[in-house]
Ligand binder design. Structure first.
Ligand code: CDP
Ligand code: MG
Length: 700
């Protein structure tokens, strides 16, 4: 720790921060930005006037870095040093250094817009360009105007274009912390491998047999592949002749790993033993694993993409960018000269890879963020004019406004409604927040809380419901309920209720093939959501389990109606001729019921006429995932709203202009070209990459 590069810059950093409200710090991954900056500022008195907040885009990083800093300062985690991530707050009165996800900081700013408890706010890992960090950048720009005397903002990043951020903050200073990186020799494959799991396996074993000591970091795309490779590696290592090479430990590293398994990568290996760390791109910049000398780079990453014109999500394995490839290679040269084996040919790197990763704001649904910005209610905030480092596309803003209107979060003029305001306080996506509020009206809040919590589970609870596969659920004999024909939401409710009846017995989960950790998490989330609802409604809600865990048809009907209101435009009607559906909305899509759904045809072989869905995903075909049957009479009001909807008025920013003025041709919504400014080259390249990507997807 003593020789981390950033520590040599302590004086310079402190001096610059003292003299400027905003400072950008660029430093190689592992130089100590996440763990040391907060400690430096604490040592130098910045915690006397408030807490130091450090945001992280990833939950895992927030927890792991907080744990490390607590250790270095020899304090109890959750006391002087703590963390807060969605559904888990481990801070106390004593906390002076607080790691939190960017999403949590955004939510805190709703109840405390000036964030007065903080003396310093560090936006860490800004190069990840997460949606929430991008929004925070805009908010910080406003906040330092209001609190110029007593707030310091630091933006830190490994690879970010520092000049761009500096321009964004009126040319604030940029400090570069040169990390000492040893040279990394790069090897390319001669051709793209047929299976990169096999190719990674072979390369890993070659290294193990031929190369001197040093850990191997392998970048894969996701949990499934990581688990496969870990298993294969274990088999191969065991089959090696005894004594022919050193021992090996194989460790997975990804976001859904239980914390106690995550931390294993930070403890040094036993002597004469090589570690293989098989990781997602979490190890690219957010977590630094010491001791790595060899990197194996698959060249791929899993990325979620939302297409606003179809409302469709996809989880795609895509080629990484050149910036990412170089970051990955850099992991090999932290302690001595290293080697990086790229499982792709050099021509792919040069000609196929894009320069930089597309910021999340340009590839995700913005409904939640638009609602958030609207609820800030700042006189000079118009979502369409909000100061973004890279603005989102016109389509995605339009899509967000439509969605919010259909669930009554904004009115026809685009102003936030009372319902919308309450929704913004809940740490859930808008559809689920809306469902909770509606369910409260119908007296089925308790059930809706359960469904919302089940859907918020981080990991797939049920076997075969993994987000990335569309395998049919195994129909092994199972005692689990089946949703009584109403669909997946009702099934989720019934499962939780059965578990409740066993008094939350872990063995019951195991017997039924349910993830124990996931179910515990659901229980916890449910408890927290009810507390938040209680607070919002000042304690007058019926969120208790109140002994009524056995639902009747009528209860299910109420809940389904609340879901119908909450999902609003996530609605589909059956096509008589095909056994498929067409989504209801501006641009109807033909979609199918996801094979994992419990929704089945009735005795006449018919699927329900109307369903709402939690998510549209496009894998081999467009599918609706997590479905619930709804009634025609509930659909009618949504149809009416759809007909009445006028996107020009919705985007008016709620400025209360007279109707005639807005009804005309002239829209206050900037035209596409206005929104997607492309002043600099990198921006237009990113846009072009995104367009190409969408076009490719469209062709599938
Ligand atoms: O943020 P940045 O990439 O600049 O570096 P950092 O995360 O502050 O890491 C600095 C050092 O602390 C590295 O050598 C990490 O391996 C170590 N570290 C650790 O041992 N355990 C953690 N949970 C986090 C960091
Ligand atoms: Mg960091």
């Amino acid at each position: 720790m003593a020789n981390l590069p950033i520590l040599q810059f302590e004086e310079k950093i402190v001096e610059t921060v003292e003299q400027n409200p905003v400072v950008v710090i660029i430093g190689e991954t592992g130089s100590g930005k996440s763990t040391q900056l907060s400690q430096i500022l604490h040592r130098r008195g910045f915690t006397k006037s408030g807490i130091i907040a450090v945001t992280q885009p990833r939950r895992v990083a927030a927890v792991s870095v907080a744990r490390r800093v607590a250790q270095e300062l020899s304090v109890q985690l959750g006391e002087e040093v703590g963390y807060a991530i969605r559904f888990e707050d481990r801070t106390s009165e004593k906390t002076y250094i607080k790691y939190l996800t960017d999403g949590v900081l955004l939510r805190e700013s709703l109840s405390n817009p000036e964030l007065n408890q903080y003396s310093v706010i560090v936006l860490d890992e800004a190069h990840e360009r997460s949606l929430n960090t991008d929004i925070l950048l805009g908010l910080m720009k406003r906040l330092i105007k209001m609190r110029s005397s007593n707030l310091k903002v630091l933006v830190t990043s490994a690879t970010l274009d520092g000049e761009k951020v500096s321009r964004f903050f009126s040319n604030c200073p940029v400090l570069n912390v040169p990390g000492k990186l040893f040279p990394v020799e790069i090897f390319y494959s001669t051709e793209s491998p047929k299976s990169y799991i096999e190719s990674a396996l072979k390369t890993a074993i070659d290294i193990h047999v031929r190369e001197p000591g040093g850990d191997v970091l392998i970048f894969m795309t996701g949990q499934d592949d990581i688990e496969k490779l870990v298993k294969k590696l274990e088999e191969r290592v065991q089959s090696l002749e005894e004594g022919s090479c050193m021992d090996a430990i194989i460790l997975p590293l990804h976001g859904s790993l239980p914390p106690e398994l995550q931390v294993r990568v930070f403890s040094p290996p036993p002597p004469n033993c090589r570690r293989f760390i098989v990781a997602t791109n979490i190890a690219e910049t957010s977590l630094t694993v010491d001791g790595v000398v060899y990197v194996i780079d698959s060249g791929y990453v899993k990325q979620r993409l939302y297409n606003p014109s179809t409302g469709m999500h996809s989880l795609d394995v895509i080629q990484i960018s050149r910036v990412q490839a170089n970051q990955r290679a850099g992991r090999a040269g932290r302690t001595c000269p290293g080697k990086c084996y790229r499982l792709y040919p050099s021509v792919a790197y040069r000609e196929e890879f894009v320069d930089a990763t597309i910021p999340e704001i340009q590839r995700t649904s913005l409904a939640g963020s638009v609602l958030y910005l609207k609820s800030l209610d700042l006189p000079d905030i118009d979502i369409l004019k909000f100061d973004f480092l890279d603005p989102p596309s016109f389509e995605s803003l339009e899509d967000a406004l439509k969605q919010l209107y259909l669930i009554d979060a904004i009115d026809e003029n685009g102003s936030i409604t009372a319902i919308g305001r309450t929704m913004a306080e809940l740490p859930l996506e808008p559809s689920l927040s809306r469902t909770l509020l509606e369910a409260n009206e119908y007296g089925c809040l308790s059930q809706a809380l359960t469904v919302a919590a089940m859907l918020s589970a981080e990991t797939a609870l049920l076997p075969g419901r993994s987000k990335s596969t569309e395998k049919k659920r195994k129909h092994e004999p199972s005692d689990l309920p089946d949703g009584s024909g109403w669909g997946d939401h009702i099934q989720l409710l019934q499962i939780f209720e059965l578990w409740h009846q066993t008094d939350y017995d872990m063995q019951w989960c195991k017997d039924n093939n349910l993830q124990v950790r996931g179910m515990k998490f659901v229980r916890d989330v449910r408890r927290q959501l009810s507390q938040i609802m209680q607070k919002i409604a000042k304690g007058s809600l019926d969120v208790q389990t109140n002994g009524r865990w056995k639902e009747s048809r009528e209860d299910y009907r109420k809940l389904r109606k609340a879901l119908c209101v909450g999902y609003g435009n996530q609605l589909a009607e059956r096509m008589i001729r095909h056994n498929g559906y067409r989504t209801v909305g501006f641009k109807p899509q033909l979609v199918q019921v996801h094979p994992s759904s419990v929704l089945r045809t009735d005795e006449d072989g018919m699927l329900p006429n109307y369903v709402v869905y939690h998510e549209l995903i496009s894998t081999t075909r467009p599918f609706m995932r997590n479905l619930c049957e709804v009634e025609m009479s509930w659909v009618m009001p949504i149809r009416k709203r759809l007909e009445k909807m006028n996107i020009n008025r919705l985007s008016g920013g709620g400025s209360g202009q007279p109707e005639e003025q807005i009804e005309g041709e002239k829209s206050s919504l900037p035209k596409k070209d206005d929104v997607v400014r492309a002043p600099d080259d990198s921006q237009s390249r990113i846009q072009a990459a995104r367009d190409r990507f969408l076009a490719r997807k469209g062709n599938k």
